[in-house]
Design a protein around this ligand. Structure first.
Ligand SMILES: NC(=O)c1ccc[n+]([C@@H]2O[C@H](COP(=O)([O-])OP(=O)(O)OC[C@H]3O[C@@H](n4cnc5c(N)ncnc54)[C@H](O)[C@@H]3O)[C@@H](O)[C@H]2O)c1
Length: 314
């Protein structure tokens, strides 16, 4: 396989900012083209403005930059998606279909599609959720990702497109802020604990959800994409897990570092979304097929988050 030339969509989002940097460390600055409709205060080149619904622009970028791989992160997330369901469906699903068709037509080497625990719903077993379960998501975001998984599987089976996918849990990192997801509280809580010593949580205290530290999410993504193709047995999306906790448990962990930290609870519409998702995930297939293993648990993540945020936001 020739030297990769990577396109990242949604590169200025919570995950994209960190993934872009890691891929540039791995393959070289010029080998990774960041694209988004949002600009950061400081743009690290190469960057191109790209609305994922602008198919012609996408074609031009793939041709002009001789792209060989795409990490397709652009999406509207679970909570924000509910404000405009049709727009969310359009961006999340039609954006993916454009990418898959171009991957087939331009014979790209690989595509990465991030799925999510939001594909699960009320018919899904919530403890130790197996890989293959009934999916009846309640949000338009979950619907778009569950359908996206099927399209990935279809393009692999029918056209041989090498598309790979993970069902990310809630992602927590110090480098960037989340935007409009149901697990955003688990990042906000650290910022508020350090700045104000208190946090009002939009989920109730015993809402257990699967979560993952950013370092592990980036490692999983790159490991999956670098694995030999014959190891990838699942082409819709792999379950992926690291830790699960409740707002009360993460608050207890933060209090080990900031003893006076106070948390209060004011559940809003995001509570209704969270209660349809899994509490814990069985990711055995990822562990067996391509040796997935997380490095961070709640305690080590909390140490690392507070250490980095003390240096960057205080
Ligand atoms: N962060 C999480 O906890 C989490 C969990 C599960 C799955 N995911 C998935 O991972 C991916 C990245 O998530 P994130 O947290 O970085 O999201 P984010 O909302 O922080 O970033 C998404 C980016 O997509 C861009 N975007 C939106 N509409 C676009 C369009 N029409 N064209 C081009 N770009 C557009 C936004 O400007 C934004 O920078 C998403 O596909 C998301 O569904 C994230």
């Amino acid at each position: 396989m020739s030297k990769p030339k990577i396109l990242i969509t949604g590169a200025n989002g919570q995950i994209g900012r960190v993934l872009t940097e890691e891929l540039r460390k791995l393959h070289g600055q010029d080998a990774v083209l960041a694209t988004d409709i949002a600009k950061l205060p400081v743009t690290v080149e190469p960057f191109e403005f790209l609305d994922i619904l602008n198919h012609q622009r996408l074609v031009e970028i793939i041709e002009d930059h001789k792209i060989t791989q795409i990490y397709h992160l652009a999406a509207i997330l679970s909570a924000n998606g509910e404000w405009n369901p049709i727009k969310t469906w359009n961006i999340n699903l039609n954006g993916l279909l454009s990418i898959l068709e171009l991957a087939r037509d331009k014979k790209l080497d690989k595509v990465f599609f991030p799925s999510t625990i939001a594909v699960f719903g009320n018919t899904t077993p919530r403890q130790n959720t197996p890989q293959d379960v009934p999916l009846l998501p309640t949000t338009v975001y979950g619907m778009s990702k569950a359908t996206g998984e099927l399209w990935c599987n279809y393009f692999h089976q029918r056209y041989g497109v090498d598309v790979r996918s993970l069902r990310y849990p809630g992602i927590i990192g110090w480098q960037s802020l989340p935007a409009g997801g149901t697990t955003d509280y688990a990042v906000e809580i650290f910022h508020e604990a350090l700045k104000h010593g208190q946090y009002e949580c939009f989920l109730s205290e015993n809402t257990r959800l699967p979560m993952m530290y950013m370092d592990d999410a980036i490692k999983a993504t790159i490991d999956l994409m670098e694995a030999d193709a014959d190891k990838i047995k699942i082409r819709y999306a792999y379950n992926l897990a690291a830790m699960s906790f409740t707002p009360a448990e993460i608050a207890d962990e933060i209090r080990k570092h900031i003893p006076d930290f106070k948390i209060t609870y004011k559940p809003d519409f995001r509570q209704d979304i969270a209660k349809t998702w899994s509490e814990t995930i069985d990711d055995e297939n990822a562990r067996v097929d391509w040796d997935w293993k997380p490095a961070f648990d709640l305690s080590s993540m909390t140490d690392d988050m507070l250490m980095h945020l003390r240096e960057t936001i205080l």
